[in-house]
Design a protein around this ligand. Structure first.
Ligand SMILES: C[S@@+](CC[C@H](N)C(=O)[O-])C[C@H]1O[C@@H](n2cnc3c(N)ncnc32)[C@H](O)[C@@H]1O
Length: 158
């Protein structure tokens, strides 16, 4: 089995519980994300966003609430199925796309913004992914990538 099939299978399994957890995120958390993102979106006209590794759609929905035209990409059909259900339930019009963040099925210069939340740590070749995100960005576009040091065993200093 190819590496990407194994990864997709893992996230398909995780989607059953991951969807519940993320869907349960509080409105307060969404508002914090909007406040953090707003200064970056205000710098220039941002209309078209691509959310890579979108999962069940948490960040995609925040961007959509902020008025952007959002395309959400994920490798896992299970994750996208939860995102699709939420789109139907919330009457949202997003583009959902089953694809690899390291090899995107979009033309160059297609988006004003590329976002990823908690994706980079999962990728076999993050440098290739970022090069691909640069390719699909319009001139002056931005990449906003948010991640964590999830598996660092060092005790926190505070
Ligand atoms: C930790 S989850 C984060 C989901 C979402 N961004 C969030 O913040 O809730 C990682 C996501 O990345 C997706 N993913 C992993 N490898 C991918 C790849 N090569 N291309 C696209 N999505 C990928 C997984 O299917 C999963 O939905």
């Amino acid at each position: 089995m190819q590496t990407k099939e194994v990864i997709a299978g893992y996230w398909d399994l995780r989607s059953k519980s991951y969807g519940r957890g993320v869907v349960a995120s509080k409105d307060e958390e969404r508002e914090i994300w909007k406040r953090c993102l707003a200064p970056f979106l205000a710098e220039r006209d941002v209309f078209k966003a691509l959310d890579v590794g979108a999962g069940t759609g948490f960040l995609s929905f925040v961007l959509h609430d902020m008025g952007l035209d959002v395309t959400s990409v994920d490798l896992s059909a299970g994750m996208l199925s939860f995102a699709n259900d939420a789109c139907i339930h919330q009457k949202r019009d997003l583009g959902l796309c089953l694809a690899d963040a390291e090899s995107l099925p979009f033309q160059s210069l297609s988006f004003d913004l590329v976002t990823s939340r908690h994706l980079l740590w999962t990728l076999p070749d993050p440098a290739r992914a970022i090069a691909e995100w640069m390719r699909v960005l319009c001139p002056g576009g931005r990449i906003i990538a948010v991640d964590g040091n999830w598996f660092d065993p060092t005790p926190s200093s505070w």
